[in-house]
Write a protein that binds this ligand. Structure first.
Ligand code: MN
Length: 178
């Protein structure tokens, strides 16, 4: 699961974020490791001197056999992990890509259990909205997670209408067992 947020707003930010996500997918599919992929994207963003193009990159890599979750964050916002009715906020201080030539990706590892939910968001969400999203995610029982999260993001967008000129993206995954 990959989320990228372009610095600034508008077309340029959208293009650089889309580019980062598709590069990331292609590199990983081609067999590059995640760290190597992040470094390549950083280099690709940095090729044009003077033309600033920086993006955040938030990767949640889940091993579907073991349940291991590795979060790679490059300037990315916090991740919420919901387990048995409680939400934990995972933050990892890091720089966006496209700023420094040398990039050393940071990650944190954990195990997901059956029923756990991991939710990635962009920074447009703000602390207050993230808190209320966490509260609502805690009470999510069953049903369609995608629609639920879409509504949470829409509510967050409405609640900070006019205050902030940034968009909000939220994606979530739930671990279920057959
Ligand atoms: Mn943003």
């Amino acid at each position: 699961m990959v989320l990228s947020d372009g610095m600034g707003t508008g077309a340029k930010a959208a293009v650089s974020a889309t580019l980062a996500v598709s590069l990331c997918e292609n590199l990983i599919k081609a067999g590059f490791g995640i760290e190597a992929s992040i470094k390549s994207i950083n280099s690709a963003l940095i090729v044009k001197p003077g033309e600033e193009m920086s993006v955040t990159l938030d990767i949640a890599a889940i091993d579907l056999y073991t349940g291991q979750l590795v979060l790679y964050k490059s300037g990315a916002a916090a991740t919420l992990i919901r387990r048995s009715g409680k939400c934990i906020k995972v933050e990892l201080p890091s720089l966006p890509l496209g700023i420094l030539r040398d990039c050393d990706p940071v990650c944190t590892k954990g195990m997901l259990e059956k029923g756990d939910i991991a939710l990635l968001t962009s920074d447009g969400i703000g602390d207050e909205s993230l808190k209320s999203i966490g509260e609502k995610l805690q009470v999510f029982k069953s049903g369609e997670l995608a629609a639920y999260v879409r509504q949470l993001a829409a509510d967050a967008k409405n609640s900070c209408e006019g205050k902030k000129d940034d968009d909000i993206t939220a994606i979530a995954v739930a671990l279920v067992k057959d």
